[in-house]
Each structure stands twice: as structure tokens, then as C-alpha cells.
Design a protein around this ligand. Structure first.
Ligand code: ATP
Length: 438
């Protein structure tokens, strides 16, 4: 993990927020390479969950919502974690995750095992509160949303009436969420500001078990499709006593992070709880009428809820590898081409004979299609190494022969093999190899 975090900082994947002021705990900024990586993760999700499906539509809701939303959803009363204080070091910990963290003073021990006495656990609400408008009193309290899902539920009717969708159908959203986590950590795994990729799939009651199984399989397959190794993925079904009170079933897609198996995504059968709650609190009828069967019902909801930052971290960790190139150790990120932040790098072999001009021309040609870098500094081996470290799948080199026959060498990151390609076929070849059949 330390190696990944160091590489992330050195190569511009992620930086500590406000670093020059000493940093803000658990907040991270994505750098020039990281922003592309995370965007690719989100685009891959949107591509597969919205664009290529005809039964799911997208939405983008405001982060601030009516305070009643969070009463109806149960977050005001119940979105809490149990918290304990250590009387010795005065630090706070999540009572249900004590074995996941270290004592700040004795890192080989867990809190409570270090001789420090822990207080009784208390419930702590994770929602960030702020005030709307110029008056800071209780009447103006609003919350920063702790999940994107509620924006979807409260827009159920709007989407239904404006999109001509029929149950079963889904509404998907990618956006920021905020949770005042007691013990954030493990880089971008658990932060207080993060991005979620959530989809609520509305189904007829009675068909929910089938759709739950369907989404379990779909979502597990999704990570593998973009290159996560199958041995690092598993499904973990929640035991009955672990389930939220409204959930009929829930399963986590887990990834084997360097710090252990941990949740990447949760898939839950939320029953008709959310729509019924919002119907009751808002006074609006949120039932669905099936014209064909003349049947009226409140749909059940199957929710695959993923974290964009956690997924980005999983893709990064999974891609990390060390091997040897030309007798020297190299760090290589073996990203799937769709996930790789930079798709190709263009190099002139020599800084003369018109090669840089030709290479810049090729860079501009490729840049119209996807992120590409140009590099003319240092030996060609070192330039390849720099690209391997950020996982660029293709290297394009302009050499002496290019100036004669308009072909370039295409070097493959993983095999390090090279082939010769005419420049006029370069764009289409690369697009095919990056995008595949989508
Ligand atoms: P955890 O048990 O790890 O706190 P959760 O079960 O509360 O997570 P959900 O409410 O199911 O999480 O949210 C769906 C997804 O959002 C999670 O699977 C995770 O990928 C992401 N997520 C939740 N909390 C955080 C966080 N604090 N930082 C980063 N991602 C998060």
C-alpha cells in the first residue's frame, strides 16, 4: 500500500488536500494523471450502466436537499456509527472496527489492547450539517448528502413522467457524498468527502429476488471486465443480523486490498421502504400503475451502490506490478486500456532530423481521440519506464525509418514487444485496441 501511495504522489495520481498547509486529514486531491484515471472509472460505469442499456436513465441531483428527505430516509435518526474514546490518548474510534485500526501510541496494538481504557460506546451521526441562507439557526439546518440514492428516490415520479420508462427500470447517478467518518483512512478508501456511483432499479414486488441475483452477477463481472484480477474479487453475503432494518438481502462486492478484504460496492434489496417513506413524509403518491395488467404497486428497489474512489483505488492497486526491463527493475501499472489514464505516448528517437516535428504532429493527431503525452527527454528506455509507471499501454516512436516510409514503432507496455505501423493506420489501430468492441 505504501508503494502505491508513494507512486500516486510522485506521478500525480493523488495529493493530500491542502498539503502546503500541513494537509487536511482524509481529504485527497486527484492530480493530472489521477483525474483521468478516476474519470475513466466513472465513464466505464456510466457506459455500462446507462449508455448501453435501454432500461436505465441518468440523473444528477443537487447535493443539498430538503431536510425532511433525511428524516424520511432514516438518516437523521439512524445514520450513526458507535464511537468510543480512549481515556489515555484521547483519540476516537469506531467501536465496531477496533480490530481494523492501530493504537496511535502503540501501533502494534489495537485500541483498548494498549492499556488505555475505552469509554462506553455512543452513537455518532455521520451527516455533515451546515446552514442555508444568512441565519445560522436550527430552522436553516441542511445536510450535505451522505449518499446519492435519496435524490433518485425523490425524483422517481419526475423521471417516470418524463422518460417513458416502465417498471422494471433504473435511475443512475454519480456524485459526491459526505460522511463525517470517525476513522477515515487507507488513502482514498475511506474519506469524508467521496464520490458514489449508485443505481436504483425499480421492480415489481415478487420479481425482486430474481433482479437481486441478476445485479449481483452483473456487478461482480463489471470489475473483471476492466481488468481486476478475479482472485482479488469476491461476493460476501450479509448475515441476517448485519442487514439494515429495511433490507431484505445485501451483498458486498469485496476486493482484496493490501489491508485485507474490504467492501468495494454494496448490492441491496431495499424493498419498497424508500418510496413508501417518501410517500408518507411528502404526502405524494409514489406508487406505479401498470397499464397492461391494470395493477398498482409500490416498486421494490435493487440498489448496486459503488464508490468511485474505492473502485479507482482497486484498479490502481490491482494494476501495480514490478518486473524487469532490459536488466533493470521497473514499476508498471498494468491497467486495462480503457482504464489507463494516458492511452499512448509519442517519442522522437532523436532530437533532430525532423523527428520531433513529426512526433509532435502525431501527438496532435492522437490527442483528438484520447489523452496522449509527448516526451523527448532522456534515453528511450527511460521514457518507456516513465510511461510504464503511469500505465500507458502504448508507446509510439518516431525514428530514422519513419522519416523515409511514414511508419512508426508501436511498443506494448505489458509484453514490451514492438511492431511497425503506418502512421495513417495508427489512430484506427489504437482506437480498436483501446476500446475493443466496448
Ligand atoms: P462502509 O461499511 O465501508 O462504511 P457502507 O456500507 O456504509 O461502507 P454504502 O452506504 O453501502 O457504504 O455506500 C456505497 C459505497 O460507497 C461503498 O461500497 C463504498 O464504495 C462507497 N463509500 C461509502 N463510504 C465511503 C467513504 N467514507 N469513503 C469512500 N467511499 C465510501
Amino acid at each position: 500500500m505504501e508503494k502505491v501511495v508513494n507512486l500516486a504522489k510522485r506521478r500525480g495520481f493523488a495529493f493530500q488536500s491542502s498539503e502546503i498547509y500541513g494537509g487536511l486529514a482524509s481529504c485527497w486531491d486527484y492530480g493530472p494523471v489521477g483525474v483521468e484515471l478516476k474519470r475513466n472509472v466513472k465513464n466505464a460505469w456510466w457506459h455500462d450502466m446507462v449508455l448501453t442499456r435501454h432500461d436505465i436513465v441518468g440523473i444528477d441531483c443537487a447535493i443539498l436537499m430538503h431536510p425532511r428527505v433525511w428524516e424520511a430516509s432514516g438518516h437523521v435518526a439512524g445514520f450513526t456509527d458507535p464511537l468510543v474514546d480512549c481515556k489515555k490518548c484521547k483519540e476516537r474510534f469506531r467501536a465496531d472496527k477496533l480490530t481494523d485500526v492501530q493504537c496511535p501510541q502503540r501501533p502494534s496494538k489495537h485500541p483498548g489492547e494498549c492499556g488505555g481504557e475505552l469509554t462506553e460506546s455512543r452513537q455518532f451521526n455521520l451527516m455533515f450539517k451546515t446552514f442555508m441562507g444568512p441565519v445560522e439557526d436550527t430552522a436553516n439546518v441542511v445536510f450535505m448528502r451522505p449518499e446519492t440514492a435519496q435524490g433518485i428516490f425523490v425524483n422517481f415520479l419526475n423521471v417516470l413522467n418524463s422518460s417513458r420508462q416502465k417498471v422494471p427500470f433504473g435511475i443512475a447517478q454519480i456524485g459526491k457524498s459526505f460522511r463525517n467518518e470517525i476513522t477515515p483512512g487507507n488513502f482514498v478508501f475511506r474519506t469524508r468527502e467521496f464520490e458514489q456511483m449508485e443505481m436504483e432499479f425499480f421492480v415489481r414486488p415478487g420479481e425482486d429476488d430474481r433482479w437481486y441475483e441478476y445485479w449481483k452477477a452483473e456487478r461482480l463481472t463489471w470489475y473483471g471486465k476492466y481488468g481486476v484480477r478475479p482472485e482479488n474479487l469476491r461476493l460476501r453475503e450479509h448475515a441476517k443480523d448485519e442487514l439494515a432494518h429495511y433490507a431484505k438481502a445485501c451483498v458486498d462486492v469485496e476486493y482484496q486490498f493490501p489491508f485485507g478484504w474490504s467492501e468495494l460496492e454494496g448490492i441491496a434489496n431495499r424493498t419498497d421502504f424508500d418510496l413508501k417513506q417518501h410517500a408518507e413524509f411528502s404526502g405524494k403518491d409514489l406508487s406505479y400503475f401498470n397499464e397492461e395488467t391494470r395493477e398498482r404497486f409500490v416498486p421494490y428497489v435493487i440498489e448496486p451502490a459503488a464508490g468511485a474512489d474505492r473502485a479507482t483505488l482497486a484498479f490502481l492497486v490491482d494494476a501495480y506490478d514490478e518486473d524487469e526491463a532490459e536488466g533493470e527493475p521497473r514499476i508498471v501499472l498494468r491497467f486495462h486500456p480503457r482504464i489507463a489514464p494516458v492511452k499512448a505516448a509519442v517519442f522522437p528517437l532523436l532530437r533532430k532530423d525532423g523527428q520531433p516535428e513529426k512526433a509532435l504532429h502525431i501527438r496532435d493527431l492522437l490527442a483528438k481521440q484520447f489523452p496522449v503525452q509527448y516526451d523527448q527527454a532522456g534515453s528511450i528506455g527511460r521514457r518507456y519506464r516513465r510511461q510504464d509507471e503511469i500505465g500507458t499501454p502504448f508507446g509510439v516512436t518516431v525514428d530514422h525509418q519513419t522519416m523515409q516510409d511514414d511508419t512508426v514503432t508501436l511498443r506494448h507496455r505489458d509484453t514490451m514487444q514492438q511492431e511497425r505501423i503506418p502512421i495513417d493506420r495508427l489512430v484506427s489501430e489504437l482506437k480498436l485496441r483501446i476500446e475493443g468492441d466496448q
